[in-house]
Design a protein around this ligand. Structure first.
Ligand SMILES: [Zn+2]
Length: 192
């Protein structure tokens, strides 16, 4: 598995790309795309997530994976539905095109959390659970993929709930230097 892989609106995965290293995950709060859908995530990413989840719990934060792997066809349906409803400009701006969603890599997760027994549907940057993740996710190999102020670089709006597994070494480097994955890939040839 290439944990550095860059997927965005310009770097698309093919329609037949399915990650090989995934396992089924059974997060109690995961949302389903449809009746038959089973959440799946890269094995190494999930092992690291479980550690992160345990350590968050020690601080009193109950975090879960809401959404992980999504097949190409799902993104295609989603994109087409938004395009039909709101037009091509809106769809292009707000929705990843087919092949352009990081969720197809099996390395991306959307986080939800539970507080006082209640699921919190909307994740905001000043939620303590999210703030804990901002400060600690890199220790487990995850980066905040669409940071605030980097919209022009990533092509996506700020998403405080979306994290991407890149492995611990790279996550540390990206975190310390305040980079996005796009900036890391751009700088890479100059540094190596
Ligand atoms: Zn996401």
């Amino acid at each position: 598995m290439n944990y550095e892989m860059l997927v965005n609106k310009e770097n698309l995965l093919t329609s037949d790309y399915v990650p090989e290293s995934m396992e089924e995950i059974h997060e109690p709060m995961g949302s389903k795309l449809d009746e038959t859908y089973v959440n799946r995530l890269d094995k190494e990413a999930y092992a690291n997530f479980k550690q992160m989840q345990n350590d968050a719990l020690k601080e009193g934060y109950e975090i879960f994976i809401d959404s992980s792997y999504r097949p190409y066809e799902y993104q295609e349906r989603l994109f087409n539905a938004i395009m039909l409803e709101k037009g091509i400009d809106h769809a292009t701006k707000y929705v990843a095109p087919p092949g352009g969603s990081e969720h197809q890599t099996g390395l991306a997760i959307d986080i939800i959390f539970r507080r006082n027994g209640e699921m919190i549907e909307e994740q905001k940057e000043d939620d303590p659970e999210i703030m804990w993740l901002f400060a600690n996710a890199h220790k487990y190999g995850f980066i905040l993929r669409y940071p605030k102020g980097k919209e022009a670089v990533t092509g996506f709006n700020f998403e405080p709930w979306h994290f991407r597994y890149v492995g611990r070494v790279l996550a540390q480097e990206i975190y310390q230097n305040g980079l996005t994955l796009e900036e890391y890939h751009r700088q890479k040839p100059a540094r190596r």
